[in-house]
Design a protein around this ligand. Structure first.
Ligand SMILES: Nc1ncnc2c1ncn2[C@@H]1O[C@H](COP(=O)(O)OP(=O)(O)OP(=O)(O)O)[C@@H](O)[C@H]1O
Length: 769
């Protein structure tokens, strides 16, 4: 009862106080329905992490990272605590922001410097072993860079360290006159560029501060920048990375612009203004919902920086999409943009250009072909103005590390829709790329018609008694197969497909489990794509789905989770998924957010998750939905589908049929329950990070191409699952007619297993002969 506060009276002006900050843990609660809430929202997203943003009450949280991000986009401590906040929160903000923004990582003349206008901060950092050991005392031909030995004394060290281009350097008689240490010369962009820049990102370039005369720096080893960044983060001195691209006269300009017809949307502009707010390019991450147009944000950033740009994506399909989008939205010429994949190793012509590649092509160090090596030399020998990192949430930390340490780039932009990882590695992105610069509100974008409105539902399918009994007995891997193949789920899927096809929807059914995918698709006479489907067949099926009125439903394994652009799709049905992955759920939803018809009057897209009741799937499903719920989506629970029983050709209607189904599931090889082979296939293709193709002809055998071998009789005899099931049909029927199916079923199963083993042995012998 100590939680009952109903006896408290609201303050008379409560309506103008829509916000509450918990003094204990920095959580902020906002009444989103208040007329003044919108003003607060922008500020809150800048300084805190959005935890949950459903329709009425929003929750945010102040964290060290969120404050780091706030400082990075130019907010000062005083700006943040301008509003009255509890004392504990004021001191938290003060304490955190005190050290933020004081240290920068700067790339100059292909060398990295830790820079600060606070010498005592550099001193403090150099007391740390990791940082001290990363420091480089290079013998400079250029006398303007004078490394100093920091002492631990409090004595000011200003003057010991001078970096080229600062006024300090000028005073010392250096010839270097601009920030980048190159004598004279105008800024790379003329007035028209400045105007364009202003029009793109809404900043007046003239207001931008020029050099701080008190800048001090020390050089660090290329290979150690990642360690130093991490250490600085741990010491609460996260490094900002900003690129003064307008004054970079060392690196050649890239003459690209957005095409005049390109109009960027308001939220795209807002996200870019966070990146370019002070006229420099800040490194960091922009988070926009799937289908909201991250690609164009990246392209606009590249057109603003106008320096050589490296784009890294997760698959070779995405590489081609990025190139195509660059050609579509900007005036880049074919000569200026090159791709680096297993099949194509192009260089751009001229001094500057764009290269689009995959993380694995750049991060992989083994078994490179001669051509790849040459290409890597091309990439590593130059300074990049900008590196665009697509889908940053999926890339393993080691890959980032390699990319960051081998490629020298002045600024980095990470793009993602789902800044969540189940492995807690999200914090690493903060120091590897930079803080989150902007995160859009999904519901807001849907309300404005930029992404589709989606109705989400979880359909509870009770397990049939036979399936449930087996489920309780079986080991975990087979259990999954049992809850995927539950006849009630099968029927729900059939019903929903029929219902939505009838409404004129185009339906995608997702199943991670390839066994279930094939079984459903074949039984329901639908086309399907999984890791084992050839590229040609995939393309053909996707074309049909998009253009043929005959093909309104396709079944996709996880190869279709991301990067697949099917704006025709308006309904998704999920029959099996990757455990509790919030990211996968959101990425899948993303397939319909870009629905072409989203702006039709009253249009809704539909997203169903079919869940077998009272199984582990219920638990996973709840976990999976959390990200979307936090974005404001409400999942309705459907316990009964009206009219399902009346479906004329309802599958697995009789008990006999259901028992047949269970026997085939039980006979299926254990590995059928595995997601492994298709995950790899998916990674190699549309969604993942590594493809054997990416390694070229001499590629390692560590990542075999998509190939599902089951080791079962069916595989050995070359027969497909369904035909095998058919073969056993009559036997199972007979069995089902007999009483007490359970133990007899098992006896039968054992017998069949033995027979299968025998036949497999014989088949092997035949093959060996
Ligand atoms: N400003 C714009 N004007 C017109 N069309 C746009 C604009 N921005 C994006 N689009 C279109 O919206 C669609 C989705 O864009 P894009 O593929 O970049 O989304 P995404 O955010 O990368 O999605 P995902 O995370 O699913 O890959 C594309 O067809 C793109 O052409």
């Amino acid at each position: 009862m100590d939680q009952d506060f109903s006896w408290l009276h609201l303050k008379p002006d409560h309506a103008s106080r829509p916000l509450w900050i918990s003094p204990e843990d920095g959580h902020i609660i906002l009444e989103a329905f208040s007329p003044i809430a919108e003003q607060a929202q922008d500020f809150l997203t800048a300084i805190s992490e959005p935890v949950s943003r459903p329709a009425f009450i929003h929750e945010y949280k102040l964290t060290s990272y969120s404050l780091y991000a706030a400082v990075s986009v130019g907010l000062q401590t005083e700006d943040i605590i301008e509003v009255p906040v509890p004392d504990s929160i004021t001191s938290f903000i003060r304490e955190r922001t005190l050290s933020y923004g004081k240290v920068k990582l700067v790339l100059k003349h292909n060398k990295y410097f830790v820079e600060s206008s606070h010498p005592e901060t550099l001193q403090l950092l150099l007391k740390d072993k990791v940082i001290r050991e990363a420091r480089l005392f290079s013998v400079q031909a250029d006398s303007s860079i004078k490394s100093a030995t920091f002492t631990t004394s409090k004595a000011p060290v200003r003057g010991n360290l001078v970096i080229p281009g600062t006024k300090e350097a000028e005073k010392k008689g250096d010839t270097i006159t601009n920030k980048f240490g190159i004598p004279g010369g105008p800024t790379p962009h003329g007035a028209s560029d400045a105007e364009l820049f202003t029009s793109v990102v809404g900043v007046d370039a003239d207001e931008i501060d020029e050099d701080d005369e008190n800048v001090h720096a020390f050089e660090i080893h290329d290979a150690k920048i990642d360690d130093v960044k991490k250490r600085c983060n741990e010491l609460e001195y996260p490094m900002l990375e900003e690129y003064d691209f307008r004054n970079d006269t060392v690196n050649a300009n890239l003459d690209i612009d957005l095409k005049p017809a390109t109009v960027i949307r308001p939220y795209q502009e807002t996200s870019l203004s966070k990146m370019f707010g002070n006229g420099r390019a800040r490194s960091g991450i922009i988070v926009l919902p799937c289908g909201a147009g991250k690609t164009l944000v990246g392209i606009t950033a590249a057109c603003t920086i106008k320096k050589s740009c490296l784009v890294l994506c997760t698959s070779s399909v995405s590489v081609m999409q990025w190139k195509q989008q660059f050609m579509q939205w900007s005036n880049v010429t074919d000569r200026q943009i090159a791709v680096f994949t297993a099949d194509q190793k192009e260089k751009f012509a001229g001094d500057s250009g764009i290269v689009v590649s995959t993380y694995s092509m750049v991060a992989n160090t083994h078994n490179r072909s001669h051509e790849s090596k040459k290409m890597m030399e091309f990439l590593t020998s130059r300074e990049w103005g900008f590196i665009l990192l697509d889908e940053v949430h999926v890339v393993p930390a080691v890959m980032f590390r390699r990319v960051v340490t081998t490629i020298k780039a002045h600024s980095k932009l990470g793009l993602t829709a789902t800044l969540v990882r189940e492995d807690d590695k999200i914090a690493d992105l903060n120091y590897m790329i930079g803080p989150k610069l902007y995160e859009a509100n999904w519901m807001d974008l849907a309300a404005k018609g930029h992404i589709a409105n989606v109705q989400c539902a979880e359909v509870w399918c009770p397990m049939t008694p036979e399936f449930y009994r087996e489920y309780l007995r079986e080991q975990s891997r087979k259990r999954m197969l049992l809850y995927c193949m539950n006849p009630n789920k099968f029927q729900a899927c059939q019903f929903l497909v029929k219902y939505h096809e009838g409404r004129g929807d185009k339906v995608i059914v997702f199943s991670d489990n390839v066994y279930a995918l094939e079984a459903y698709a074949k039984r329901l006479h639908k086309l399907y794509i999984h890791g084992g489907t050839s590229q040609v067949e995939r393309m053909r099926i996707l074309q049909w789905f998009q253009h043929s009125p005959e093909v309104n439903t396709i079944f996709l394994s996880k190869v279709g989770d991301t990067s697949i652009d099917l704006p025709e799709a308006t309904c998704l049905i999920q029959i099996s998924s990757h455990f509790g992955s919030r990211r996968q759920e959101a990425q899948r939803l993303g397939r319909i957010l870009r629905a072409k018809r989203r702006n039709d009057e009253g249009f809704n897209a539909f997203f169903y998750s079919l869940v077998s009741k009272d199984t582990q799937e219920m638990y996973y499903s709840t976990k999976r939905q959390q990200f979307l719920i936090d974005q404001g989506y409400a999942f309705k629970v459907i316990t009964h589908l009206d009219g399902l029983e009346d479906l004329p050709d309802l599958v697995y209607k009789t008990r006999d049929e259901q028992i047949e189904l269970i026997s085939s599931v039980l006979l299926a090889n254990e590995s059928e329950a595995d997601l492994g082979s298709d995950i790899r296939a998916a990674e190699g293709d549309l969604a993942g990070t590594v493809t054997s193709k990416d390694f070229g002809p001499a590629g390692p055998s560590r990542f075999p191409t998509a190939h599902r071998t089951t080791g079962s009789l069916t595989a050995l005899s070359g027969a497909q699952h369904m035909s095998y099931i058919e073969q056993n049909k009559s036997a199972n029927k007979k069995l089902a007619r007999e009483a007490a199916p359970r133990h007899k079923l098992f006896a039968k199963r054992d017998k069949e297993k033995a027979a299968a083993k025998k036949e497999a042995k014989e088949a092997r012998a035949r093959v060996q002969d």
